[in-house]
Design a protein around this ligand. Structure first.
Ligand code: CAA
Length: 393
C-alpha cells in the first residue's frame, strides 16, 4: 500500500507570456489543414514571449503571488528547473531570488533534464522538507519552447512558468512515497549549447515517451504503488495535448485494459485546458496540467492523481498525489484565467520577428524594447550582464 508522506504542494501559481499566436495564423502561413493542429495534435494557440520576457521574468511572475501570500520566512531553498537556460553558470533562480527580495539565507540552484527537471526539483524539495518540516522549498519550472521556423516542431512551441511551494501539511496535494523511475540514453530531442532552438526527431520522441510511460509504470508497481484503478485522474507531460491521450491509451493497453475513449477522456480531459492554449512549456507542462485539473474539476477532495513526467533524452517518473480537503480555498483559478486571457494576439509576421530576434553578444549596452505588461522585465543587456527590473504601473 502506498505510504503518504504528509509533504506536498502547498501552493501553485503559473504565469505565461505577453503574446499569443493562434494556430489558425500558423496554418494560414504554412498551408496546413487546421484540423491537424486543433484535432491531430490538440493545440489551439501558443504563448509567445515578448522581447523583454524570458524564463526569469516568467518564473518571478509565477512565484510572486506565492511569496505575497506566504511570506519569505520559511523558504530556505529555491530550485529553478529549466531546459531553456539563459546562462551556463549562474542559476536563473538567483535573479528571481533578487527580484522577489528573498532572504540571503537561502540556497538557490538550477536543475536540468529536459522537461523532467521540475519533477526532480519537486522530489528533492520533498526530501528537504522531510529533513526539516519547518522549512518550505520554492520550486520554479520555467521554459520557452522554441523550434526552427517552418519545422514540424514549430506547432508545438509555447512558454510558461509554474511556481510551487513545497511543504509539510500541504494545502493542495500530498505527494506519496513510491515513485516509478525510468532512464534511457536516447537522442529524441536535445539542444546543443550553441543553439537556441531544439533539435528533435518527432516520431522517435513519441516512441521514447511511450517507452518511458511503460518503464515508469512497471517500476512504480514494483515499488508498491497503487493499482491503475486507484487513480481518479492523470496529469501527463503535455508537449501537445494529444500526447497525453496517446500516453494514457498506451498505459491502459500495457496494463491489459481494453481502450475506452470515454474512460481516457474522464481521466485526463480536464488536465489539458491550459496546455492546449499555452503550448509546450517543457518543465512546467505537467504542473500546468495539475493547475488546470484543480481549477476546473468539481471536487477532488481525497482523490488520487497519477503524475507522469517525461523529459527527452530521457528520464521519466510516475508518482501519485492525493488532493487535500479544503484545497479549493487555496486555488488561484481567477488569476490563472487572467494570465491566459490577458495575452495579446500577435499575427504571423509579428511572431516571426520575435522568433528570429536574438540578444546581442558583443558586450555592449543594449536596452531591450518594453513590450511586456507583466510584473517583471528584462530591461537591458550591459557588459554581457542581464539587467532585470520590476515594472511599476
Ligand atoms: N485533421 C485531423 N488530424 C490530422 C489532420 C487533419 N487534417 N492532419 C493530420 N492529422 C493528425 C495525424 O494523423 C497525426 O495524428 P496521430 O499522431 O494520432 O497519427 C497528427 O495529426 C500529427 O500529424 P503528423 O504526425 O503528420 O505531424 P508532424 O509530422 O507534423 O509532427 C510532431 C508532429 C511529431 C508532434 C511534431 O510537431 C514535433 O516534432 N514536435 C516536437 C516534438 C514533440 O513534441 N514530441 C513529443 C514527445 S517528446 C516530449 O514530450 C518532450 C518534449 O516536450 C519535447
Amino acid at each position: 500500500m502506498a505510504s503518504d508522506s504528509g509533504v506536498g504542494i502547498h501552493d501553485l501559481s503559473f504565469a505565461t507570456t505577453e503574446f499569443v499566436l493562434p494556430h489558425t495564423a500558423l496554418a494560414e502561413h504554412n498551408g496546413t489543414e487546421i484540423g491537424k493542429y486543433h484535432v491531430g495534435i490538440g493545440q489551439q494557440s501558443m504563448s509567445v514571449p515578448g522581447a523583454d520576457e524570458d524564463i526569469v521574468t516568467m518564473g518571478a511572475a509565477a512565484a510572486e503571488p506565492i511569496v505575497s501570500r506566504h511570506g519569505t520566512d520559511r523558504i530556505r531553498t529555491v530550485v529553478f528547473a529549466t531546459e531553456s537556460s539563459i546562462d551556463q553558470a549562474k542559476s536563473a533562480g538567483v535573479y528571481v531570488h533578487s527580484l522577489l527580495g528573498l532572504p540571503s539565507a537561502t540556497r538557490v540552484v538550477e536543475l536540468k533534464q529536459a522537461c523532467y527537471g521540475a519533477t526532480a526539483a519537486l522530489q528533492f524539495a520533498i526530501g528537504l522538507v522531510h529533513r526539516d518540516p519547518a522549512q518550505r522549498v520554492l520550486v520554479i519550472a520555467s521554459d520557452v519552447s522554441k523550434y526552427d521556423l517552418d519545422s514540424p516542431g514549430e506547432a508545438t512551441q509555447g512558454a510558461a512558468a509554474v511556481a510551487m511551494l513545497v511543504g509539510a501539511d500541504p494545502a493542495l496535494v500530498r505527494i506519496e512515497g513510491p515513485s516509478g523511475l525510468f532512464t534511457a540514453d536516447v537522442m529524441d530531442f536535445w539542444r546543443p549549447n550553441y543553439r537556441d532552438t531544439a533539435l528533435v526527431d518527432g516520431q522517435e520522441s513519441i516512441t521514447a515517451y511511450l517507452q518511458a510511460v511503460e518503464g515508469t509504470w512497471k517500476d512504480y508497481v514494483e515499488q508498491g504503488g497503487r493499482s491503475l484503478d486507484g487513480f481518479d485522474a492523470f496529469c501527463y507531460h503535455q508537449p501537445f495535448t494529444k500526447m497525453a491521450y496517446k500516453a494514457h491509451r498506451h498505459l491502459l493497453n500495457y496494463c491489459g485494459y481494453v481502450t475506452d475513449e470515454a474512460r481516457i477522456a474522464r481521466a485526463i480531459g480536464q488536465t489539458t485546458a491550459y496546455n492546449r492554449v499555452v503550448g509546450n512549456s517543457y518543465t512546467a507542462s505537467v504542473y500546468l496540467a495539475l493547475a488546470a485539473l484543480l481549477d476546473q474539476a468539481d471536487d477532488l477532495t481525497d482523490r488520487s492523481i497519477g503524475f507522469v513526467s517525461y523529459g527527452s533524452g530521457s528520464v521519466g517518473e510516475f508518482f501519485a498525489g492525493t488532493v487535500v480537503p479544503g484545497y479549493r480555498e487555496h486555488l488561484r483559478t481567477e488569476a490563472h484565467r487572467e494570465a491566459i486571457d490577458r495575452r495579446q494576439p500577435v499575427d504571423y509576421v509579428g511572431y516571426r520577428r520575435l522568433h528570429q530576434r536574438s540578444l546581442p553578444a558583443d558586450g555592449g549596452d543594449h536596452p531591450i524594447p518594453a513590450q511586456t505588461t507583466g510584473p517583471f522585465r528584462l530591461a537591458a543587456l550591459r557588459g554581457h550582464k542581464r539587467i532585470y527590473e520590476r515594472c511599476y504601473r
